[in-house]
Design a protein around this ligand. Structure first.
Ligand SMILES: NC(=O)c1ccc[n+]([C@@H]2O[C@H](COP(=O)([O-])OP(=O)(O)OC[C@H]3O[C@@H](n4cnc5c(N)ncnc54)[C@H](O)[C@@H]3O)[C@@H](O)[C@H]2O)c1
Length: 471
């Protein structure tokens, strides 16, 4: 009997194989047993992975929640956030010792290493420094996307992790969405032959865009990052992934801010929705998005975001709309990020891809994809996958299964946040980076492609990828 890498054991009479998560046991491709372990952890009795949370906002809270579900696998041992409300909330929920609650992450890296990993969920422009510092201190890093806001900083993060020998997982949660993962499995299994063309749409959602990209944290490039990076680095990463590691050779992009402009402000509209006489006719009214929602008892996203220092209720939401950024008229904000953008790509071997991001949609972030292959067509409507085979002229339908708890996090990205955390914690517990689907090299490549696409949009020309070291 010979044991080979990749989970295959050669035995006389056949091959006994198991997937990397030791979930499925196969005898010569026949499934013998599934779900050997309930989740992706390898069955060991290792102690919980000790995690530091840097940035205890929406994302930090969601990832930390994994410890509440699996206390034997993960423990939140420290938190850093300049917002007292946020850090205290996380401290109370995870019973973090008082001496491990910090206003800034620098105080943690100055200390002797006392945890296994760090989860970095700070705003986009505050990713590089903590990621590099924690990596150099020997902590495994889960870093929210985008990795950083410049190509140079993304490279610095990968370099620091590689040189320190620590694992890096980037918050490309869609890689962990079971249905989206199935697309890659089908491509790799040859379900549509050679991939020839990829068409991919990201419908952001009309009120989601108004919330995050007109009034909110990602509205202004100087303060956060451009829309293609902030919102669609997930999608360019998926396209790059589906292209199977081929290098993108040329990219072009167009896009602009539409509609959310001062000149589009309706006659008679006020600067704040609470004072506006025409608010009832406006789909983007903050009264509809936040106040009506909290009156109906909905305190989840996006209502949860707008009261940074208290729990949302009618009083605190009204206060936030009176004086905070989320009460502003969408035609009177300092937003400058694209509301619609297209990116065309040509990969090695002639594979082409066309991506669209648009704000003005009914669907909220439910991507739609069609992948055209030499022997079939694969389409994904945001819910299930359909594969049409040219030879048999038959179509088959596919979905993915998820054991993520339905209440995971505030949105959970259809279970993907849970699976990302599951993979990261397992990778650290088992010292096995292969469990991470959004690792350093591939993620860096797809981020560099995002910077090159944006360069094309800004400079109004086709960009030959790799032609500029700073791209
Ligand atoms: N993977 C995804 O799909 C996804 C979705 C949304 C946001 N994000 C990304 O996650 C990151 C966090 O987004 P969010 O929605 O949680 O934002 P958020 O504003 O809710 O949370 C950010 C937190 O970081 C804290 N912070 C600011 N400076 C800090 C510092 N120096 N040290 C420690 N904490 C600091 C803030 O006080 C805040 O609590 C962003 O980079 C964002 O782009 C990723």
């Amino acid at each position: 009997m010979q044991h080979t890498a990749g989970g295959v054991i050669k035995m006389s009479g056949g091959l006994l194989s198991f997937d990397s998560r030791v979930r499925t046991l196969l005898w010569d491709k026949t499934v013998l047993c599934v779900d050997l372990c309930h989740s992706s952890q390898v069955c060991t009795m290792s102690p919980p992975v000790r995690v530091i949370v840097v940035g205890a906002g929406c994302r930090g809270e969601i990832y930390a929640h994994f410890a509440s579900i699996h206390p034997k696998r993960m423990q939140v041992v420290a938190v850093a956030d300049p917002r007292k409300f946020a850090r205290n909330k996380l401290q109370q929920k995870h019973k973090i010792d008082c001496e491990n609650v910090f206003e800034d992450w620098q105080s943690i890296v100055e200390k002797e290493k006392f945890a296994d990993a760090v989860v970095i969920c700070t705003p986009d422009r505050l990713h590089r420094d903590p990621a590099v510092a924690f990596a150099k201190r020997g902590y495994h890093v889960l870093l929210e996307k985008p990795m950083a806001t410049t190509a140079e900083d993304c490279r610095a993060i990968v370099e620091a992790c590689t040189q320190s020998g620590v694992m890096l997982s980037v918050g490309h949660v869609l890689r962990y969405d079971p249905v989206i993962h199935k697309i890659k499995e089908l491509i790799d299994a040859g379900a549509i032959g050679d991939v020839i063309h990829i068409q991919h749409l990201e419908p952001v959602g009309y009120y989601h865009f108004a919330h995050s990209f007109v009034r909110g944290n990602w509205r202004n490039e100087e303060e956060s990052s451009f829309a293609l990076l902030a919102k669609s680095c997930h999608d360019i990463d998926l396209i790059h992934h589906w292209a199977g590691g081929r290098r993108c050779v040329k990219v072009s992009s167009f896009g602009s801010v539409s509609h959310f402009l001062k000149e589009k402000k309706p006659k008679g509209a006020a600067d704040r929705c609470l004072d506006c006489s025409v608010e009832k006719d406006c789909p983007y009214s903050a009264c509809k998005i936040y106040l009506d929602a909290v009156k109906r008892g909905n305190t989840g996203w996006p209502v949860s975001v707008i009261c940074p220092n208290s729990f949302p209720d009618v009083e605190s939401v009204t206060g936030a709309l009176k004086s905070g950024p989320y009460g502003r008229c969408v035609y009177e904000c300092d937003n400058d990020v694209c509301s619609n953008q297209v990116v065309n790509m040509e990969f090695e071997g002639g594979l082409t891809a066309a991506f669209s991001m648009v704000a003005f949609t009914e669907e909220i972030c439910k991507r739609k994809t069609t992948i055209y292959g030499s022997t079939g067509e694969l389409s994904y409507d945001g819910h299930e996958i359909r594969v049409f085979d040219f030879l048999t002229q038959r179509s088959t339908k596919h979905t993915g299964s998820s054991d993520a708890p339905s209440h995971f996090g505030m949105s959970g990205h259809g279970g993907a946040d849970y699976h990302l955390m599951d993979a990261f914690i397992s990778a650290v517990a088992n010292n096995d980076p292969s469990m991470i689907r959004s690792g350093p090299e591939e993620t860096l490549m797809s981020h560099l492609l995002v910077f090159e696409a944006e360069r094309s949009r800004v400079e109004g020309r086709v960009v030959h990828c790799g032609s500029c070291s700073q791209s």
